[in-house]
Design a protein around this ligand. Structure first.
Ligand code: PLP
Length: 462
């Protein structure tokens, strides 16, 4: 049941049910703004008025407004009424599209601890130039022709060796398709699965909303699966395919426990279902031996997905899918229908980096550097704040104690101090009372900016 709610200053239909609480109210307001029922520039009621009309505590409504302000939906000015933001919210979607969320938003801040990117200043420029020179000297003329849709064989062979030795993937080059990054591969896979009749695709809750929206735009309905301290809750999966981050759950940072790995593979093999393993930062494991890829346990039921976005740079737009045999041709066909032709020259350069050992050297060097950063960050944290997901990756989660400031207050304060961080709140799929925290990308700043960025963050948290 949805409530149509109105007040003296407002007459707006809000799909809000009282039992969904603060999260539900925030979602309902986002939807109303997205769908244009709350027009850009419109004044929204005061927190006091809305709280009274909805029978909520005023503090609850204040936190919703503060969340939506941080996300760019609302605009607040001291002494003036709160309004729907004029520019930040994209046009209302057409009926067929999924409801979009706030775009991945990287604030223009002095101290960048926003997750999702490596230290861009560490790109191995000299190694890339040397590899490019070698490719230009050695590549035959046919290398400059349209390439195989799956990517040039030389790259697929180099990836096959690299993935086998570094991640234990069973990666026959014939099963590898090189894509324009993970998000591109995810869209194509979602389209193929939808076209073969899979109407639903499950995602971990929480997970990256931009990827869920990307997959939904290919057709399937997106369903949530919970995550606890042992990883994705396999028994909750009720869709023919699921996207998971087993090595380092994004954003919570937990590693899928051994019995859950077994259960997930058993689920996929016994139901003929599919697991999409997003191994976005599997190379960066610090304290323990790397967890091998799930794919090796069931290569006909698991799609392994990797990317250069964390090891080298997101600008390259190079990722790969290692597919079950039955999906190779459908994925290739879907890519062709989308007009995809791989940027084969960049692919040849990457193949050279992999074959010469320069890629492994770069990853080893970055792993050491990011581990040092992680240790410095942990040492600087004030008491009471719990770091989670620290044993791997380029990000960690800071969980707040129960009596701490709200997530949105911390984000707003960080923005005032010109520190970019990411609220955990935006990752949840289902409304409800979720633990609060922030997601930190400690790989993001350049080396010289790391210590001052941590100091600026600590001033916000203290
Ligand atoms: C969870 C997760 N998977 C995958 C990726 C990589 O995506 P892409 O290869 O499209 O850059 C990212 C990048 O931020 C990510 O956060």
């Amino acid at each position: 049941m949805t409530d149509s709610w109105s007040s003296s200053s407002w007459d707006v239909h809000l799909d809000w049910r009282p039992e969904t609480g603060r999260q539900g109210l925030a979602d309902a307001m986002r939807r109303a703004i997205r769908e244009g029922r709350l027009a850009p520039g419109a004044v929204v009621p005061s927190t006091r008025e809305l709280a009274k009309d909805l029978g909520l505590a005023r503090g609850t409504v204040t936190r919703v407004y503060s969340d939506l302000t941080v996300e760019g939906y609302l605009r607040t000015n001291q002494g003036a009424p709160t309004r729907v933001a004029a520019n930040e919210v994209p046009d209302a979607p057409s009926r067929k599209q999924p409801t979009p969320r706030a775009a991945p938003w990287v604030p223009d801040a002095r101290w960048d601890l926003y997750p999702g990117r490596p230290d861009l200043s560490s790109f191995p420029r000299a190694a890339w130039v040397s590899a490019t020179r070698r490719v230009m000297q050695e590549a035959p003329a046919r290398a400059f022709d349209y390439s195989d849709t799956r990517g040039p064989a030389v790259l697929r062979e180099a990836l096959s060796r690299y993935l086998a030795r570094s991640r234990g993937v069973l990666a026959d080059p014939e099963r590898i398709v090189v894509t324009g990054g993970f998000s591109h591969g995810l869209f194509v896979l979602a389209r193929v699965l939808h076209e073969r009749g899979d109407r639903e695709l499950a995602f971990e809750d929480p997970s990256l909303p931009e990827f869920r929206d990307r997959a939904a735009s290919a057709g399937p309905a997106i369903t949530p699966v919970g995550v606890d301290e042992r990883g994705v809750q396999v028994s909750e999966i009720d869709s023919p395919a699921v996207v998971v981050t087993p090595a380092h759950q994004y954003p919570l940072g937990v590693t899928l426990a051994p019995e859950r790995r077994t259960a997930l593979v058993r689920w996929a093999t016994s139901n003929g279902s599919l697991v999409i393993e997003d191994d976005y930062d599997g190379e960066f494991r610090f304290d323990r031996r790397p967890v091998g890829a799930l794919q090796a346990l069931a290569p006909e039921r698991v799609v392994y997905a990797g990317t250069t976005s964390k090891t080298l740079a997101p600008a390259l737009r190079i990722g790969w899918l290692v597919l079950p045999r039955m999906l190779v041709e459908p994925v290739r066909g879907a890519l062709e229908n989308l007009g995809w032709r791989p940027p084969a020259l960049d692919h040849l350069v990457l193949a050279d980096l992999l074959n010469s050992g320069a890629y492994d050297r770069h990853v080893r060097q970055r792993r050491l550097a990011y581990r040092r950063r992680r240790d410095r960050l942990l040492a600087a944290l004030p008491g009471g704040i719990t770091p989670v997901g620290i044993s791997a990756g380029l990000h960690l989660l800071l969980r707040f104690p129960p009596d701490f400031r709200s997530e949105s207050e911390v984000i707003a304060q960080a923005l005032r101090a010109s520190v970019a961080i990411d609220p955990l709140g935006r990752y949840w799929m289902r409304p409800g009372e979720h633990p609060e925290g922030i997601v930190l990308g400690y790989a993001t700043p350049a080396e010289h900016a790391f210590a001052p960025a941590v100091e600026a963050l600590m001033n916000v948290l203290r």
